[in-house]
Unconditional design. Structure first.
Lengths: 330, 590
């Protein structure tokens, strides 16, 4: 995987690449960048495993109601009769049973399995949307800054510095305190999710913006851009048709790596009580509830593992994707 | 509200005297507990120390080890406002009166300490006179005079130097205008407030009649302070003892040791037995570590007296031999939910009744820690330990205390909201118990169609800006608000004064009374304040309790209980109801 980009298609040695050679000499033909990357990615078992877990998590989030119907119960339903009223702990320690696969929460006896499954919805939804927002803003401003340079570049770069210096966590907490019940035509949890997406997404764009700007600066000097320009192409055409396709790789890589950090950020905000309102389950919120009950470890274990697995899966997949798309970046 | 809990509570605006709550406060054994025969034999069984003395002994000597998971607000008697501290301060300080060092309800009774007898009221209970005992000395041998008591009370008025204290004396003494205590108002004649005609007499002059001033006279602020040795805010580092123990070493933030005070004369002090030779106190110790060390016998007392933490709960309750060595006293604290009649449709009494009937009191109890570490299900406001308490239940939530849905639905119909309604419940985000209780209510009320949305607010501004601010509550439809209150001593005014008087509600916020607006209740409160006959006064507290419950402005949750574990090494262990924890004066070492 450390081979330079053009090695596999330019000079395939049948002896050293039996898998490809097996198809016969006739099979050798020009392959697109995507095909090459996909081939490399397929060979990276860890990245594929990460991707499978990611897909699994997305399916869990999408089909949460069905899953919960089959294996759990309404995530907000109390089971106080299964709780030992004197110690607040579930009867029998964890309450794990065929009905409650991950056991019960102390105090009110809510089904942890259902809450973890529903928690995936909020976590992934916020992480994906926030990443999308960051990437959209970051790419647009990064390309603009890199391509036009000069005054535009310095204004945007300074803006990035300002945003990077912003005390995001504190700002999010302050914003959560003053947010009304309904605004912008949204209300309740929808509004709070939108707020989290905005806060996390809007303040994270400079990271991706800087990378895109840097890439654009080097692309701008390349011959094909000069060629396009000398043929009379204008700014927008060059940006969207010539540069953006070449920026897809880094954008994709950093998006995949931004998602897990956004999952963590959302969990941190929920942990601090800034996220959606109880009793809507979130992983961070569950962890925050579990802190008091460290002698009932299963309460902390399952949401903790959910965050851990999600972040790890996205990171592994993101690393693999980077290796596949841009081996030189290592 | 102005209570101090060990979880840390911010003191908010309102500073009307009597009602400041939180600290002391008595506790009573529940009816169930007191049904047990008084155990004089000192056998170790569950709750034995509520009704009898466990391990009675006269043996002197030994050192008791105390630990505090946090630190004192201040060791200065004029600057401390925690119940446990008022219990502990009696070891090194003597106030005019004190709560008896006695088992259970007897501990609620006042006894003369520095004073020869109880206060003598005159001038419609506006003037109170106390005579001091002869021969009481400070640790350095100087005799204690009434001037030392006067000085101690006056210095405690300075809330800039002593921010932790209460404002009872500030609010009730007939002080010269603009008086700011002896540090800032030097040389001002304060005889109009406190007179000391001779070394053994002290006379308090009040602005208004106060039938129960004797409770003021037991406050630690009346513990004498020698003016010559007063170092202001630094006095906490070396308090001059008047009690049987004095400070030997004091490292603020780490701990301190107490040793015998050679100038304490037992002949002047029938209340204190002073069995141990000394006390070793460490502060800022991990709470779970304290529980473990008490269970292993390595430590004697968790001085906070707030009960063992969740981590040790199973170990104590699950093991009959360990449980037999613990006690479960009730305190004068009520956790409740205010039902705000300003927020439609809760302005309709039937809608408020629907909330009362639909609530699941068992889940509410579990939210606060369950039967032992949480408390007893409350059926009215006034806790059982406070005189005037009467058992009644206007809204029985079903036989199993899990809610009477039929009655709730009937009430909803009567209110014109047969399908339920929507409202919000406020709670303090820093308090997981309140959040859990709010979730429990949300679940319970949802059963009859009352849709409740949870709204957490920071506790520092909970009353000043959010739940306690009438305009905010109304605009944001905060129909329900989690609340709690504990009185400073077992007395109806201390309990009700700030939480049912509609006149303490201000548009600017800050009041602990969020929901009770009934002119009749206000009238009853005024009557009680003026009533000098104790039995009649107690009957008024009962009437207030009933009236507020009839109005359905308050959904009572639980009267708190704590689970505390007896030391393996200590003798004379008993719970004093005035503090709702072990009496620290009584303890000795095996």
């Amino acid at each position: 995987m450390t081979a330079p980009l053009d090695v596999p298609d330019a000079s395939v040695d049948p002896a050293s690449a039996p898998a490809i050679a097996g198809a016969g000499v006739a099979a050798i033909q020009g392959r697109s960048l995507g095909q090459i990357a996909w081939m490399r990615l397929k060979r990276d078992k860890i990245a594929i495993a990460g991707a499978l877990v990611v897909i699994f998590l997305i399916l869990v989030a999408v089909f949460a109601p069905l899953l919960v119907k089959a294996f759990g119960q309404d995530p907000t339903q109390f089971n106080s009769d299964l709780i030992d009223a004197s110690t607040m702990a579930p009867k029998g320690g964890t309450g794990i049973s065929a009905d409650h696969l991950f056991g019960l929460e102390p105090v009110n006896g809510r089904d942890i399995f259902s809450r973890v499954v529903y928690g995936a919805r909020i976590s992934l939804l916020i992480a994906f949307l926030a990443t999308l927002l960051s990437v959209a803003i970051g790419t647009l401003l990064g390309v603009t800054a890199g391509y036009f340079g000069g005054l535009v570049d310095s204004i945007i770069s300074k803006a990035m510095d300002v945003f990077l210096a912003f005390p995001l966590l504190v700002f999010a907490m302050a914003l959560a305190g003053i947010i009304p019940d309904s605004a912008f035509g949204l209300s309740g949890d929808t509004l709070r999710v939108a707020m989290l997406v905005f806060v996390i997404g809007f303040f994270n764009w400079p990271y991706i913006g800087r990378i895109v700007r840097g890439q654009t600066l080097s692309l701008r000097e390349r011959e094909f851009v000069d060629a396009a320009r000398s043929l009379g192409a204008r700014g927008p055409y060059v940006i969207f048709r010539e540069m953006l396709p070449n920026l897809v790789a880094p954008i994709l890589i950093y998006s995949t790596l931004l998602i897990p950090s956004n999952v963590l950020f959302e969990a941190a905000l929920s942990f601090l009580g800034v996220g959606v309102r109880p009793p809507t389950p979130t992983w961070g919120g569950m962890l925050s509830d579990a802190v008091r009950f460290y002698t009932i470890p299963h309460f902390m274990f399952f949401p903790g593992m959910a965050i851990f697995i999600t972040v790890l899966a996205f990171n592994l997949f993101g690393d693999g994707l980077r290796d596949a798309l841009d081996p030189k970046a290592r | 509200m102005k209570r101090r809990t060990t979880t840390g509570a911010a003191a908010l605006g309102a500073v009307l005297a009597l009602a400041l709550s939180a600290c002391g406060g008595g506790s009573g054994s529940t009816p169930k507990d007191s049904a047990q025969p008084a155990d004089q034999g000192g056998k170790a069984e569950f709750n034995a120390a509520l009704t009898g003395i466990v391990n009675p002994s006269d043996k002197k000597g030994g050192v008791l080890k105390f630990a505090n998971e946090g630190d004192w607000d201040s060791l200065d008697p004029g600057d401390t406002y925690y119940g446990y501290s008022w219990n502990f301060v009696r070891l090194y300080g003597r106030s005019l009166l004190m709560f008896k060092s006695a088992v259970g309800k007897e501990g609620n009774e006042l006894a003369p300490d520095l004073a020869e007898g109880m206060g003598q009221p005159s001038d419609d209970a506006k003037t109170w006179t106390y005579k001091l005992k002869q021969g009481v000395k400070f640790e350095d041998g100087t005799p204690i005079t009434s001037k030392d008591v006067k000085y101690a009370v006056l210095r405690s008025l300075d809330k800039e130097v002593f921010p932790d204290g209460y404002t009872y004396f500030n609010d009730f003494l007939d002080l010269p205008k603009g008086y700011k205590g002896p540090y800032k108002s030097k040389g001002v004649n304060t005889d109009q407030a406190i007179e000391t005609p001779d070394d053994q007499t002290i006379v308090f002059h009040l602005k208004q009649s106060l039938s129960n001033f004797d409770y003021f006279a037991q406050l630690p602020a009346t513990i004498p302070v020698p003016e010559a040795k007063d170092t202001g805010a630094k006095y906490r580092e070396h308090v001059i003892a008047s009690g049987p123990y004095m400070f030997q070493k004091n490292e603020i933030g780490k701990g301190f040791t107490l040793a015998r005070n050679p100038n304490w004369d037992p002949a002047t002090d029938p209340n204190r037995r002073a069995l141990p030779d000394g006390y070793e106190v460490t502060t800022n110790v991990n709470a779970d570590d304290i529980d473990n060390r008490i269970l292993s016998g390595d430590l004697d007392v968790a001085v906070l007296g707030t009960g063992i933490k969740q981590a040790a709960l199973g170990r104590v309750l699950g093991d009959p031999t360990v449980k037999a060595n613990s006690d479960n006293p009730t305190s004068t604290r009520l956790w409740y939910t205010s039902i705000n009649g300003n927020v439609p449709p809760l302005d309709n009494i039937d809608c408020r009744k629907a909330v009362q009937y639909a609530a699941n009191k068992v889940d509410y109890q579990t939210a606060f820690g369950g039967e032992f570490a949480g408390g007893q299900i409350a059926t009215s406001m006034l806790p059982p330990a406070i005189p005037g308490h009467e058992d009644f239940n206007l809204y029985p939530p079903g036989a199993d205390n899990k809610g009477d849905l039929e009655k709730a639905k009937e009430s909803l119909k009567a209110c014109g909201q047969p399908d339920g309604f929507e409202t919000n419940i406020a709670y303090r985000v820093e308090r997981p118990n309140e959040k859990a209780a709010a979730e429990a209510l949300q679940q319970a009320l949802g059963r009859v169609g009352i849709k409740v949305t949870l709204k957490g607010f920071p506790q520092a501004d909970y009353f000043a800006l959010y739940a306690g601010k009438p305009g905010f509550a109304k605009d944001n439809k905060i129909g329900l608000a989690q609340n709690g209150w504990q009185s400073d001593w077992p007395d109806g005014f201390g309990f009700f004064g700030q939480i049912v008087d509609s006149r303490v509600i201000r548009d600017t916020g800050g009041s602990s009374n969020v929901s009770v607006r009934d002119p009749e209740v206000d009238k009853l409160l005024d009557q009680a304040m003026a009533e000098t006959d104790e039995a009649k006064r107690n009957a008024i507290w009962t009437a207030i309790d009933k009236k507020v419950m009839e109005d359905a402005y308050v959904l009572p949750g639980i009267w708190t209980k704590t689970l505390i574990v007896r030391s393996k090494n200590a003798t004379n262990v008993f719970v004093n109801d005035a503090y709702g924890m072990y009496d620290y004066l009584g303890l000795g070492v095996k």
